[in-house]
Design a protein around this ligand. Sequence first.
Ligand SMILES: *[C@@H]1O[C@H](CO)[C@@H](O)[C@H](O)[C@H]1NC(C)=O
Ligand SMILES: *[C@@H]1O[C@H](CO)[C@@H](O)[C@H](O)[C@H]1NC(C)=O
Length: 244
Amino acid sequence: MLVSSRITSISPKMTIIKSLSNMTFLAIALCLSSAITQAARFNVTNTCPFTVWAAAVPGGPSGGKQLNSGESWAIDVAAGSQNARIWARTGCSFDESGRGRCDTGDCGGLLECQEHGTPPNTLAEYSLDQLNSSNSDFFYISLMEGFNVKMEFSPTSDGCPRGITCNADIIQQCPSELRTQGGCNNPCTAFKTDKYCCNSGSCRPTGYSNFFKNKCPDAFTYPKDDSLFMNCPGGTNYKVVFCP
Ligand SMILES: *[C@@H]1O[C@H](CO)[C@@H](O)[C@H](O)[C@H]1NC(C)=O
Ligand SMILES: *[C@@H]1O[C@H](CO)[C@@H](O)[C@H](O)[C@H]1NC(C)=O
């Protein structure tokens, strides 16, 4: 996946830096790079008519929370976080120590996730402050681990393009061979073959990936999907809404 990169103007700083010694260069470079990376706040809201157990890796500070219908959860994510994700778990029960299990999205039986969930789970994925894309964030919705809950993923700060929504009734229409308790599996999860998982390089859309694509055109549906993903300036805040 490629990000269009716009080169920001850093030439005045570079001129100054060049006139300094190597040690000073290093110190200033470190200061600059930490000064331009910024944390982000994610407001996660459950507007589904049922309870979900929201999950976030990395968390901020915790990695999971029960969200009854109408409830929200604010997560603060560290600057520079990469390959980060937020998702909903369904059909969970936890004991008082926060151990239990979920039908979808379960993360090793913990209420407060420290690792990714078990498919199927609709994913809000993002990376913050990518220096190779002009220090911008990027984000997208992925169905590459299947679908469990409808989702919106949008910036709440100015200076960004639109958000992304996957609001189709994918569970109802899920092909029976992909259907599972509480969700609809991606064919890679269900069949684990190269045709769907693209392990050996090239692969093409399939009937199954087209099923997901037709329902949610803006979501990633298979590994070589060239869906656009969204760029925002570093420091942008976001919302993730379940059942928008
Ligand atoms: C999160 O979003 C909900 C629903 O829009 C809103 O009521 C709440 O005030 C927001 N929370 C924060 C911390 O922004
Ligand atoms: C930026 O570069 C790193 C390391 O090469 C890579 O893992 C990451 O995917 C790149 N980010 C984007 C947005 O292309």
